[in-house]
Design a protein around this ligand. Structure first.
Ligand SMILES: [Zn+2]
Length: 187
């Protein structure tokens, strides 16, 4: 485990650069979250989050070259069919799967990236996938659960505080495990 955590940590600079480049390539075509035609999203997310979020419709969805970065453990995730994926304050939706629920799910991830910052998010997210698998990893499970409630028509409520608190708790648990293996998350 410690060797894998070290590889994760070592890949952070490359992942950050990859995300910067991805944003630069898609900035022009992206629309703002505040301009999406889904009124129920407005009730669930803070206005400043929606207006600071960029949304791009692309196929195939982008995914970092994890094997090239020394993390072949995540290659199966790269090959999984996904409806959307979020990197920092920009998310990507596959045009064939665009729905209010999918946008809701990715906006939960935008909240998580915002709460944690880039490197702690990447480490926390990756550890969750390694320990629990993709769908049951903590930062995904909460997004899927809230998305299901949203799609069932549960009256929209502000979820920012709830998602932020959960993200910070998950990060703190992950930071302890990294620290026990001699790696500082830097939070
Ligand atoms: Zn997700």
């Amino acid at each position: 485990m410690v060797e894998l955590l070290q590889r994760l940590h070592a890949a952070l600079p490359k992942l950050e650069t990859w995300i910067d480049d991805l944003h630069a390539r898609h900035r022009i075509e992206a629309v703002l979250g505040s301009g999406l035609p889904f009124p129920r999203l407005t009730a669930a997310f803070p206005a400043d989050l929606l207006s600071a979020t960029q949304v791009a419709s692309v196929s195939p969805l982008p995914f970092p070259p994890v094997s090239e970065y020394g993390l072949p453990e995540f290659q199966t995730m790269a090959n999984m069919p996904m409806a959307g994926i979020t990197f920092r304050d920009m998310y990507f939706v596959h045009p064939e799967y665009s729905s209010a629920g999918v946008h809701f799910h990715e906006l939960v991830h935008v909240l998580q990236w915002r709460a944690l910052g880039v490197r702690p998010f990447l480490l926390t997210y990756a550890l969750g996938v390694l320990q629990c698998g993709y769908e049951r990893s903590p930062l995904e499970a909460i997004a899927f659960n809230l998305q299901a409630q949203f799609e069932e028509g549960t009256p929209a409520r502000s979820i920012a505080d709830y998602v932020t608190r959960h993200a910070l708790q998950t990060r703190d648990a992950a930071a302890l495990l990294f620290r026990a293996n001699g790696i500082e998350m830097g939070v």
